[in-house]
Design a protein around this ligand. Structure first.
Ligand code: DX5
Ligand code: ZN
Length: 232
């Protein structure tokens, strides 16, 4: 896996286990072998109106997969709760800009605990106020649905935020992986790729497929074909 995204990198596909069968998480993780990241949505029923899973489940999942884990924390108080996911062995730990007054401090703690640090913003949150502090992050996650639920419709109005980040990464001012989350499927991945996304989260599109691993390969191919900054 590349350390820093750039022109000619391969698209990263991150299946979201939010769309998997929670009674069979180990099998569902194995079903997406070949995925670049495994996206795990942590929701606390405070920051978002839904409750999913937390650290004990992440710790168990880490034992059964070699796929780098991408924890997306949709929770209040990430300063308190995010670093343990890094200590547990998550590859990337992303929290929401809207959930803390001290995003740089949280990123520092995540990195000190051994993970990459990601900053997520909701569809209605502008990216400009965060461009400067993104120097302290490894990942920038642009939400293309309201956080809380899988299976929603892609909000294409967020794509200019992707374009802003892409230009800053390509000019060397930022080194973040540009990630998009929500409503990504065969019909929407191309416009996201054209806009400049590096890493594509896909929940329902992957897990509703008869062969989830093949769906990952197909999505990766579509993203690469649609984009000038991505190749296979
Ligand atoms: C939504 C989650 C997403 C979700 C995406 O709050 O952050 O990761 O699983 O699901 P799809 O791909 O079905 O929109
Ligand atoms: Zn997510």
């Amino acid at each position: 896996m590349r350390a820093v995204p750039g022109a000619g990198s391969a698209p990263l596909i991150a299946p979201s286990i939010l769309a998997a069968d929670f009674a069979r998480l180990a099998d569902e993780t194995a079903a997406v072998h070949g995925a670049d990241w495994l996206h795990v949505d942590v929701m606390d029923n405070h920051f978002v109106p839904n409750l999913t899973l937390g650290l004990p489940v992440v710790e168990s999942l880490l034992k059964v997969t070699d796929i780098p884990m991408d924890c997306h924390l949709m929770i209040d108080d990430p300063g308190r709760w995010a670093p343990p996911y890094a200590e547990a062995g998550a590859y990337n730990v992303t929290f929401h800009a809207e959930a803390t007054d001290n995003p740089v401090g949280v990123a520092r703690d995540i990195r000190a605990a051994g993970a990459k640090a990601g900053l997520a913003i909701k569809p209605g949150t502008p990216v400009e106020p965060y461009l400067e502090i993104l120097r302290n992050f490894d990942t920038a996650l642009i939400m293309s649905v309201e956080p809380g639920f899988g299976g929603q419709k892609f909000i294409r109005e967020v794509l200019p935020k992707v374009g802003t980040l892409r230009r800053l990464v390509d000019s060397g001012e930022l080194t973040v992986i540009v990630e998009i989350d929500g409503g990504i499927n065969d019909d929407t991945i191309e416009e996201a790729a054209e806009a400049g996304v590096d890493c594509f989260v896909a929940g329902s599109a992957v897990y509703s497929a008869e062969d989830p691993a093949a769906a990952v390969v197909a999505l990766r191919r579509r993203a690469a074909d649609a984009s000038t900054h991505l190749t296979l």
